[in-house]
Design a protein around this ligand. Sequence first.
Ligand SMILES: NC(=O)c1ccc[n+]([C@@H]2O[C@H](COP(=O)([O-])OP(=O)(O)OC[C@H]3O[C@@H](n4cnc5c(N)ncnc54)[C@H](OP(=O)(O)O)[C@@H]3O)[C@@H](O)[C@H]2O)c1
Length: 260
Amino acid sequence: MKTALVTGACINTGVAIVEKFASEGWTVVFTGRNSEKVHAAEQAYREKFPDVEIIGYHIDSLLDERTVDEQAVESMFAFLDEKGITVDTLVLNAADQGLGMKIFENPLTDLMKVINTNVVWNFCLCEHAAKRMKDVGGGNIVFVNSNTAYRAIPDRIAYVASKGGQLGLMRALALDLGKYNIRVNAILPGMIKTDRWVKNPDFYKNVPSRFTPIGDVAVGEDVADAVWYFAAHARNTTGAELVVDGGNTIQLYPIIPEEK
Ligand SMILES: NC(=O)c1ccc[n+]([C@@H]2O[C@H](COP(=O)([O-])OP(=O)(O)OC[C@H]3O[C@@H](n4cnc5c(N)ncnc54)[C@H](OP(=O)(O)O)[C@@H]3O)[C@@H](O)[C@H]2O)c1
């Protein structure tokens, strides 16, 4: 039985990823920072997939803005070792969105917090997972990255920088881990229909239709399908990026509706 570990999967895209792996019969371990939310999500997953083992694990990325909680990562993998669970696919979905960061206004620690979670913590998770994958002859890692790794959006300096850093991390890991039969790849979503977009109806009404050739944004299942491709099918693919953004990245300027 194969196992996926999915970070940040109590809500939004992470749920679709957990459900994809569970529906394929994999054991799924997922994480969240709030123990009550983790417990509630675990119950819901177990009800939906009674024949599959699903384990929620409560873990935070940081001790404070400047410090990644490496000990917590070690404890999580020790917990899995004790249960005899080896992670075949690590899905790095959790992200600090670093919303509302204004140039000249935020303290440096706001930037550090986002970089620490999205790059440093993710590296720490990769290292611990990859050590074990190496021992069993292979595995794979999938970053849920973002097309903001290539194109900036306003007031999100830390997030955009972190996603760019994450792509560099993905490539460096792919190179160093290839010899252990560990593949490392990234999904680059554009806009995903999560509660954040639903709470922002003006933006949602105007932006997807003008900024994506397909005229619609992704849903969690689109991202989950792409993750599944890398995890289960892409035997000879590593260091690759799969953009799931309705064509958002390749469009140079907004489509202005013709006046009637
Ligand atoms: N939504 C989009 O439009 C969009 C677009 C492009 C890329 N993406 C990427 O796709 C992935 C999923 O997006 P999403 O919108 O579904 O994400 P989300 O709901 O904003 O975040 C996923 C989870 O990350 C966890 N998280 C946040 N800050 C954290 C921290 N400091 N330490 C540990 N975990 C933390 C949260 O889980 P808990 O609060 O339960 O701990 C959260 O539920 C992310 O990597 C995101 O960057 C999203």
